[in-house]
Design a protein around this ligand. Structure first.
Ligand code: PHE
Length: 453
């Protein structure tokens, strides 16, 4: 592999551009929609602490591993894995890891797009004043009747998929960089504003206590798996999204610092979302464990009752759609990059094909909330099943393999070269984490869940 090799898909214009894009990928529905509701379903504080430990001990080292592997391979994850395995003298079958990621990306995007569609619909509801002066019960029934309509969900899902595929077809620089530049600061700003509002609502203390007071007696093997799976999901790890973005990263940029920055921003957004949502939940007698509707049943109460709520509500849901968009493009990029490299397709055709397939799979999720809600496999609706399969199984398995590959298979001189310039003890710490801590953590959590431990 030569020093000067560049990706055929283009390169980021700077370190900042990579940080923006990777943060754009990480910050999304996972932080604002998913983190609060799974925290609510898993008892609060103790779950949050386990999640934070997973970010530090598993997430950051694996994010560094994925980035460095991508930058060294310079192609879609499938071809990157092929080349890196060859370089390390290892089995070619390692490229199957790339395939696992591509499939996980399709499956995640299929339901991600449906939920992002909800956010789109809520932009409109906000503009038309649907939450105005709404009681908690009215806001809940607004949400319930919305998701009961397959046609409405399908409409918004279609719209979101179309926009995603259009942005991806514009390529790395044109589409992705431009899309995230203003988004992150604005999203941060509006979340802080909502935290300010939540502080003045009656449920603030109870909300904070729920989020941060750990009661470990509530913790089960399944909730640890959910916390760990979510650490992968929220940092976009284990499926090649960060690897493919790493492949567009120029040489000579410190991967360690960059990963810490991205993980820090991602965690801050999730915690802010929690701090904004739970006080409203408690002040209005909602159930923390209400599931995927939690965000849509809580914040609109605040928007409906605060001065200027119509503007803030609209802005909030617009930003949420953008945050989802900057994540969804990274979910499909590994597949698109591979189609362009190996099937000789134009970027546009690659986008069209992968978009249509994802859209079709997404219909399963659309129907999970209405006409198909009784259809269950392993006692789960299609949406629940896809979510469990990807976040709790495929991403951790992918992450485990990435850690093993970077820690045990790649030559130390190569990983050291990619992580330079970094102090010797920084490298040693990273190596220890990817060789032992991250893989062992994933392994033991799995053993526990299947009942062996
Ligand atoms: N990290 C994104 C979020 O939190 C979701 C995602 C998962 C994106 C995996 C890419 C890869 O919303």
């Amino acid at each position: 592999m030569t020093e000067t090799k560049k990706s055929i898909h283009g390169e980021w214009s700077s370190r900042f551009a990579f940080i923006l894009a990777a943060t754009g990928s990480a910050v999304g529905l996972g932080n604002i929609w998913k983190f609060p509701y799974i925290t609510g379903e898993n008892g609060g504080g103790a779950f949050v602490i386990i999640y934070l430990v997973c970010i530090l001990a598993i997430g950051i080292p694996i994010m560094m591993a994925e980035t460095l592997m991508g930058r060294r391979g310079r192609q879609s994850p499938i071809n990157t894995m092929k080349d890196l395995a060859k370089e390390a003298g290892a089995d070619e079958n390692w490229h199957l890891l790339g395939w696992l990621g591509v499939i996980a990306g399709f499956l995640i995007l299929s339901y991600y797009s449906v939920i992002a569609g909800w956010a789109g619909a809520y932009v409109l509801k906000s503009v038309t004043g649907s939450f105005f002066d709404g009681s908690a019960a009215e806001i809940k029934s607004l949400f319930d009747s919305f998701i009961a309509s397959p046609l409405q969900l399908m409409f918004w899902h279609t719209l979101f998929m179309a926009v995603t595929m259009y942005v991806v077809s514009q390529g790395v620089k044109g589409g992705i960089e431009r899309a995230v530049r203003f988004l992150m600061p604005s999203l941060f700003f509006i979340l802080i504003l909502m935290v300010g509002y939540a502080m003045s609502s009656g449920g603030y203390e109870q909300g904070l206590e729920f989020l941060f007071y750990p009661d470990f007696s509530e913790v089960t093997g399944e909730s640890v798996l959910t916390a760990m799976g979510h650490a992968f999901f929220t940092l976009s790890l284990g499926m090649g999204a960060i690897m493919v973005y790493g492949s567009y990263l120029p040489k000579g940029i410190s991967i360690g610092k960059t990963a810490i920055l991205i993980a820090g921003a991602d965690t801050a957004v999730a915690l802010l979302a929690g701090i904004a949502i739970f006080p409203i939940v408690f002040a209005n007698g909602l159930e923390p464990s209400s599931g995927p509707g939690l965000l849509f049943q809580s914040l609109p109460i605040a928007f409906g009752n605060m001065g200027g709520g119509f503007i803030f509500g609209t802005l909030f849901f617009i930003l949420l759609v953008f945050a989802a968009l900057s994540s969804s493009i990274s979910l499909i990029e590994p597949a698109v990059a591979w189609l362009v490299e190996n099937r000789n397709m134009s970027r546009e055709m690659a986008c069209l094909w992968s978009g249509v397939i994802t859209w079709l799979v997404g219909l399963g999720t659309v129907f999970s909330f209405n006409i198909g809600s009784e259809f269950k496999i392993f006692d789960k609706t299609i949406f629940d099943l896809l979510d469990y399969l990807t976040a709790n199984l495929m991403l951790p398995i992918g992450g485990f393999c990435i850690a093993v590959f970077a820690g045990w298979i790649m030559k130390a001189e190569h990983t050291r070269e990619e992580l330079a310039p970094s102090a010797a003890w920084h490298y040693a710490l990273w190596k220890f984490l990817v060789c032992f801590v991250s893989p062992a953590a994933v392994f033991f959590v799995f053993l526990n869940v299947i009942g062996i431990l």
